[in-house]
Design a binder for this molecule. Structure first.
Ligand SMILES: Cc1cc2nc3c(=O)[nH]c(=O)nc-3n(C[C@H](O)[C@H](O)[C@H](O)COP(=O)(O)OP(=O)(O)OC[C@H]3O[C@@H](n4cnc5c(N)ncnc54)[C@H](O)[C@@H]3O)c2cc1C
Length: 390
């Protein structure tokens, strides 16, 4: 394979480029990235240490292997793809032909339509988002966080650690509940209440009030939340809009087979937040928006591209994520879901040190830990054995 192009210069893109070189690709290797940072930066500290100001910029840069000999096209956006003709177009009209293509274009935060015209309203995905939000947090503003998913909960925790007045508004009845279910969701709600966050749960945002800047949120139940800064963490959408006419199959991400190859076309793989693939270990289709998957799937996608059709191996990881909030480190292994049976099997929720298992029809499929990482790894081993690929 002579020419490989990687589109997306985040974690998954750079790890794929490294894996391609390590896997023996000696031909041309082009990395197209909309962002201009190189080495790329890491996103997890953007809601934690960098936002809190406890880390400086140097610490958030990813380490990149030497000798990649990349043809870097940074600050450039891929605008369309012709998968049959093996050609992509960049902004400005430049065309790139390829023999192999890695798509790692990640995801973009959803915005609050009601807040389109107001200053003081932020999302958090990029380094620039983080620095702008950090600036806005000086001068003791009152902060409203819309959405109690991982980003919202982490931002709320960081803002409380900065001594700010914080309210979380969440449409669902509990934080994180869509991912972890009600038992852990309740524990997370307690964690935030104990740290002085005001929780407005089970209620949506009806409108944003203020002249040029936000002054308050009006909620669907008629109440209001005064706020100088609003952080919106209501989920992300995979960056597939540039692929609409490409010939790829899109369905909440790029639809891939078990080996991370895009279905129905030749020579295209996808990895990270944008890839949707059937994980053979769990017999379930997944699109994972977590750090470890972006790194691991990049290796798998690169290997698939180098192996070619027929020789590629299925990608069957045990998903893993972590989330740091206050002095609590949450982590999870396996395929946890809100409707699973959840049982605390080690430690106690009250002590904020525990492991809970997730079972489906009596079968162990995942585990979640709070400040108990070593015990979690023991459960991981069991999940690995129980879900082993034969
Ligand atoms: C604030 C924050 C905190 C997080 N904390 C955690 C955590 O604690 N634990 C955890 O497990 N995960 C965490 N994550 C998730 C993790 O960072 C992501 O899953 C990971 O960054 C995904 O990597 P990616 O390369 O797929 O996508 P991205 O990192 O989004 O990279 C995609 C890149 O592609 C570029 N791009 C998009 N479209 C185009 C185009 N058309 N042409 C060229 N370039 C394009 C984008 O600009 C971007 O640079 C966090 C994420 C955020 C935002």
């Amino acid at each position: 394979m002579d020419r490989i192009v990687v589109v997306g210069g985040g974690l998954a893109g750079i790890r794929a480029a490294e894996a391609l070189r390590r896997g023996g690709h000696t031909g041309q290797l082009t990395l197209v990235g909309e962002e201009t940072h190189f080495p790329p930066y890491d996103r997890p500290p953007l809601s934690k240490q960098l936002l809190a100001g406890t880390w400086d910029l140097d610490r958030v840069l990813l380490r990149v292997e030497d000798g990649l000999e990349l043809d870097l096209k940074l600050g450039r956006r891929a605008t369309s793809l012709d998968a049959r003709g093996k050609r992509l177009t960049l902004d400005g009209g430049e065309e790139l032909s390829y023999d192999g293509l890695v798509i790692a274009t990640g995801a973009t935060p959803r915005h609050l339509p009601a807040a389109a015209d107001h200053g003081g309203v932020f999302v958090l995905r990029t380094l620039e988002d983080c620095l702008a939000l950090r600036d806005a947090l000086t001068g003791s503003p009152r902060v409203a966080v819309v959405g109690a998913g991982f980003i919202g909960c982490e931002v709320a925790a960081t803002c409380r650690q900065l001594g700010l007045d914080v309210t979380i508004v969440e449409f669902l009845p509990l934080p994180l509940v869509r991912v972890v279910g009600p038992v852990i969701g309740e524990a997370c709600a307690e964690l935030h209440r104990d740290n002085g966050v005001k929780l407005m749960l089970g209620v949506g945002v009806a409108g944003v009030e203020g002249h040029t800047r936000v002054e308050r949120l009006s909620l669907a139940d008629g109440t209001t939340v005064d706020a100088d800064v609003v952080v919106v963490g209501i989920g992300v959408s995979p960056n597939t809009e540039w692929l609409e006419e490409s010939g790829l199959t899109l369905d909440n991400g790029i639809v891939c087979d078990e080996t991370c190859a895009a279905v129905g076309v030749d020579g295209v793989v996808a990895t990270g937040d944008i890839a949707r693939w059937p994980n053979p270990r769990f017999g379930a289709v997944m699109r994972i928006e977590h750090w470890t998957n972006a790194a691991e799937q990049a290796e798998a996608a690169a290997a698939t591209l180098l192996a070619g059709p027929g020789s590629a191996q299925p990608f069957g990881p045990i998903p893993y994520f972590w989330s740091d909030q206050y002095d609590v480190k949450y982590a999870s292994v396996g395929m946890i879901g809100p409707d699973d049976d959840v049982e605390v099997v080690e430690g106690s929720v009250e002590d904020r040190k525990f492991v809970a298992t997730y079972t489906q029809g009596g079968k162990l499929v995942g585990a979640f830990s709070c400040n108990h990482p070593r015990a979690l790894m023991q459960w991981r081993k069991q999940i690995e054995e129980l879900t082993a690929l034969t």
